[in-house]
Design a protein around this ligand. Structure first.
Ligand code: HSE
Length: 399
C-alpha cells in the first residue's frame, strides 16, 4: 500500500523513520507492505535519502490513485485543511497529528471520510504517544464518560517540572523543551494554554459526541506562574500543573484549561517532564489512567504510524467515530466550583481573613508574601471576593 507524508518537520521525519525502522513488523500487522511513495514539503533536503520521494506539488499526490493513505503532519490550518478535504474527497484516508485542524473541523472531516469510504484518524493529536483517542472511541465506548482531567501539554509540564524540581528559570526550561522538539513552532501556543485548549476541545467533543469549540473553553496558560508560587505550592505539599478539566453533568459540558495545585495523593502529581497523564472516568469502568510521552518526534510519530496501520488494515471499511457537528450544551463558567490558592502581600492578611475567614490562618509565608487555600467556592463568588484584595497570584486547586 502506497502512502504519502505531508510535511517533513519533526513529526513527519519521525513518521518516515518509524516506517523504515519497523517495516517488517508493520507489514505483518497491516497485512500488506506499506511504502512511502511521496513526502510533500516546500523545502529541499540535500543529501537526505528523503530526496528520492520528495515533491513540492500536492497535486502529484492527490491525483495519484495508487496513494491510499496520507499522514498529514504539517500542522496549522493552511493549507492542511484544504489538502485534507481534497484527500478525503478522493477516497484517501488521512492520519494526522494536527490538533488545531481536528479541534476546529474534526466533525466535518470525519463526515467527509465516511461519505467517501475512507478514514480520518487523529490519535497523535492528543497526548503524543498515548493511545487516548482510540481508547475513547473504542475500548471505552460502552461507558458514558463523565470526567476527563489531565496533563495534555508536554512543553508546559516539562517547564513546570524543571522549574519546580531543578530550580531552572522559565526561559531556560522553555529553551530546553524547544531544543528537544516538544514545543510548537510558536511556543506561545504551549505556554498560553492554546495547545492544551485544542486537545481539550477534541477530548470534550469525543466524550460528549457533540462539538465543543475552543472558544467555549476558558483558558489560562502558565505565564503567570512564578517561582514564588511553585515554592508556596511545595509548602502545601503540592505541585503546579497545567490541567485540562472536562466534566459532563445534566447533559452539559464544562471544560477549562488552567494551572492547578495538584497534591501528592493524586496520580497527576507524579507525571513529570514531557510526560502527559490523563484520568478518564466512565460511568461503568470508573477511573482509568493514561500515561506516556506527550510530545517529541518518535512518540508522536508512533501514534501516526499506528493510525496508518489501522487505516491500511481496514481500507474500504471505514470506522464510525461519533462526533456530531452540532454544538454541545456548555455549563456556565461562573457555576464551576473548587478551592483556590491565593498569594497576597503579608500586609493584607487581616483584610484577607475578613473576606475568606479562618483558612487564611493556615497561610504559608514566602518572603513578604503569604499564600493560603480557600474553602470550596464558585468561580463567580471567588472573583467577587478578590475584587478589593491586592491578589498577586491565584491558582485553582485540584481536589
Ligand atoms: N507542543 C505540544 C506539547 C506537542 O508540548 O504537548 C505535542 O502535541
Amino acid at each position: 500500500m502506497k502512502i504519502a507524508i505531508f510535511g517533513f518537520g519533526t513529526v513527519g521525519s519521525g513518521v518516515y523513520d518509524v516506517i523504515n525502522m519497523n517495516s517488517a513488523l508493520i507489514e505483518k500487522r497491516a497485512g500488506k507492505p506499506i511504502e512511502i511513495k511521496y513526502v510533500l514539503d516546500l523545502r529541499d533536503f540535500p543529501g537526505n535519502p528523503v530526496e528520492k520521494v520528495l515533491v513540492h506539488d500536492v497535486d502529484i499526490i492527490l491525483n495519484d490513485p495508487e496513494v491510499k493513505i496520507i499522514a498529514e503532519v504539517m500542522g496549522g490550518m493552511k493549507p492542511a485543511y484544504e489538502y485534507t478535504k481534497r484527500a478525503l474527497l478522493a477516497g484517501k484516508s488521512v492520519c494526522t497529528s494536527n490538533k488545531e485542524l481536528v479541534a476546529a473541523h474534526g466533525a466535518e472531516l470525519i463526515e467527509i471520510a465516511k461519505q467517501n469510504k475512507c478514514d480520518y484518524y487523529f490519535e497523535a493529536s492528543v497526548g503524543g504517544g498515548i493511545p487516548i483517542i482510540r481508547s475513547l472511541c473504542d475500548a471505552l465506548v460502552g461507558d458514558d464518560i463523565v470526567e476527563i482531567k489531565g496533563i495534555v501539554n508536554g512543553t508546559t509540564n516539562y517547564i513546570l517540572s524543571r522549574m519546580g524540581e531543578d530550580g531552572l528559570a522559565f526561559d531556560t526550561a522553555l529553551k530546553e523543551a524547544q531544543d528537544n522538539g516538544f514545543a510548537e513552532r510558536n511556543p506561545a501556543a504551549d505556554i498560553e494554554g492554546i495547545d492544551a485548549q485544542r486537545k481539550t476541545a477534541i477530548l470534550a467533543s469525543l466524550a460528549a459526541g457533540y462539538q465543543v469549540d475552543c472558544d467555549d473553553i476558558p483558558t489560562e496558560g502558565i505565564c503567570a506562574v512564578t517561582a514564588a508560587d511553585i515554592a508556596c505550592a511545595k509548602e502545601f505539599g503540592a505541585k503546579i500543573k497545567l490541567l485540562a478539566s472536562i466534566r459532563r453533568e445534566d447533559e452539559k459540558v464544562s471544560a477549562m484549561v488552567a494551572p492547578f495545585l495538584v497534591f501528592e495523593s493524586c496520580q497527576l502529581y507524579h507525571v513529570n517532564g514531557v510526560f502527559n497523564g490523563i484520568l478518564v472516568t466512565g460511568n461503568a469502568t470508573g477511573e482509568v489512567m493514561f500515561y506516556g510521552k506527550g510530545a517529541g518526534k518518535l512518540p508522536t510519530a508512533g501514534a501516526v504510524v499506528g493510525d496508518i496501520i489501522e487505516a491500511a488494515k481496514y481500507y474500504g471499511l471505514p470506522s464510525d467515530i461519533i462526533w456530531s457537528p452540532e454544538k454541545a450544551k456548555m455549563a456556565d463558567k461562573g457555576s464551576m466550583t473548587g478551592r483556590y490558592y491565593v498569594r497576597i502581600n503579608g500586609g493584607s492578611a487581616v483584610k484577607a481573613k475578613e473576606v475568606f475567614g479562618a483558612c487564611v490562618e493556615n497561610a504559608v509565608k514566602y518572603e513578604e508574601n503569604i499564600a493560603f487555600i480557600t474553602e470550596k467556592i464558585s468561580e463567580a463568588d471567588f472573583e467577587a471576593k478578590i475584587k478589593d484584595l491586592d491578589v498577586l497570584s491565584r491558582i485553582r486547586v485540584y481536589d
